[in-house]
Design a protein around this ligand. Structure first.
Ligand code: ACO
Length: 378
């Protein structure tokens, strides 16, 4: 057997062959099925992009209409899932609530017919349709309210914002939210997608695949960073405090949240689009001092760490956008999951098409031939 060099974090080691998305980290390019994200952000919708990723081609008008229709009419969650969620502690993190609820869906749809395209489609529709409902339901229930029913007359993103806030959202806000989902939907072999593919490779059900990916997305080095960005901006508090804060982080070797990326060595193209969206929101709904702080941070981090290729990543501006929409900070990562579920499902489908169970090796650096010491002698 060929012995490969051990690379912590599997840096640079391909874990799959994939035609779903492509990143050029030096040039700052991201494509979904060959289409640049800038173009999709301008012209597409989240559901159309989800279809593109999962089925490989842009849908025809009829295909898109049928997909949107199916998603729209699968948004309701079973009352038993709702009742289960009512038992969750209000103080629990919404990502944990989402992981448990996504896994619970598997209890209701336990038939595993992975070779049947109808099963694949049903699972895709159900997960994309119900995850936003579950996120919104937990949000209302932890405030002591009953979850509200999805509205069939509203589009995907407008309906989610409506379920969260109990009022119909502004049109621009709903469109910007939809673009945010497009930007967060897929990103090659990141940690949560890898986790989804590993789980998928065991031929378990798609609910387990999504639940394991949600668990992985939640950490502060991955999707959880967008929450930490806002906490950091709040802690910094003013433009004058930015430089001392960054200098302190560098002295203490602590990470500046929302900066740096394993693949991008330039500014993340998604951060560029999100920055533009944040500006549109501030123009319509009023300026925010956190945007000034963010801009100053970008300037100072660029000065100090630009030579190392450390620039804003997607999480730096997504938090600012969601905050301006009035979304609670701890829902930023569940919203990331609402988007990313379509990417995970595209990888699930691709993994199934040419499956081989993941079984990497390890470099053993422990002891051998150790004798057992009876407990009374230890
Ligand atoms: N702040 C300060 N220094 C940084 C940062 C940062 N945010 N990111 C990287 N560096 C420095 C490291 O200290 C290290 O310096 P050294 O070579 O002098 O030791 C060097 O850059 C390489 O950093 P690594 O952590 O080894 O890079 P890695 O590719 O493993 O990590 C990661 C990438 C996890 C994203 C990292 O940049 C980070 O922790 N950033 C902050 C958290 C964050 O924003 N995560 C969201 C990423 S996007 C997403 O997952 C959706």
């Amino acid at each position: 057997m060929m012995v490969c060099e051990y690379k912590p974090g599997l840096e640079g080691i391909p874990a799959a062959q994939s035609s779903i998305s492509y990143v050029d980290g030096q040039k700052g390019i991201l494509e979904y099925r060959g289409i640049r994200i800038e173009e999709l952000a301008e012209k597409s919708t989240f559901l159309e992009t989800a279809y593109l990723l999962i089925w490989g081609e842009l849908p025809s008008k009829e295909e898109l209409k049928a997909f949107e229709h199916e998603v729209r009419y699968h948004r309701r969650i079973k009352y038993r899932i709702r009742d289960m969620m009512k038992c969750f502690p209000e103080s629990g993190h919404p990502m944990d609530a989402l992981q448990a609820s996504a896994a619970a869906l598997g209890l209701f749809y336990s038939l595993r017919d992975l070779h049947n395209p109808a099963y694949i489609r049903d699972s895709v529709v159900r997960l994309i349709a119900t995850i936003p409902t579950m996120v919104a339901a937990f949000q209302l229930m932890r405030k002591g309210n009953d979850p509200i029913r999805p509205r069939d007359d509203l589009d995907y993103s407008a309906n989610f914002l409506y379920m969260l806030d109990e009022k119909e959202p502004d049109h621009l806000m709903a469109r910007i939210f939809d673009i945010c989902l497009i930007l967060q939907v897929e990103h090659t072999m990141n940690a949560s997608t890898f986790s989804a593919r590993v789980t998928a490779s065991t031929l378990t059900d798609p609910y387990a695949v999504v639940a394991s990916a949600v668990g992985t997305l939640g950490g502060p080095l991955h999707g959880g960073a967008n929450e930490e960005v806002i906490q950091m901006l709040e802690k910094i508090g003013s433009v004058e405090n930015v430089r001392p804060y960054i200098e302190h982080c560098l002295q203490t070797k602590s990470k500046i949240m929302g900066f740096g990326h394993r693949v991008y060595k330039v500014k993340d193209p998604r951060a560029i689009i999100l920055q533009g969206l944040a500006e549109q929101l501030f123009e319509k709904f009023g300026h925010d001092k956190f945007y000034d702080i963010a801009q100053e941070m970008e300037q100072v981090v660029g000065e100090k760490l630009g030579s190392k290729g450390i620039y804003p990543n997607i999480d730096f501006y997504s938090g600012l956008v969601y905050r301006k929409m009035g979304i609670p900070t701890d829902l930023f990562t569940p919203i990331f999951a609402i988007a990313r579920v379509a990417g995970w499902l595209a990888h699930w489908k691709e993994q199934l098409a040419e499956n081989r169970i993941f079984r990497p090796t390890q470099v053993y650096n422990g002891r051998h031939e150790v004798t057992y010491t009876p407990i009374e002698q230890r």
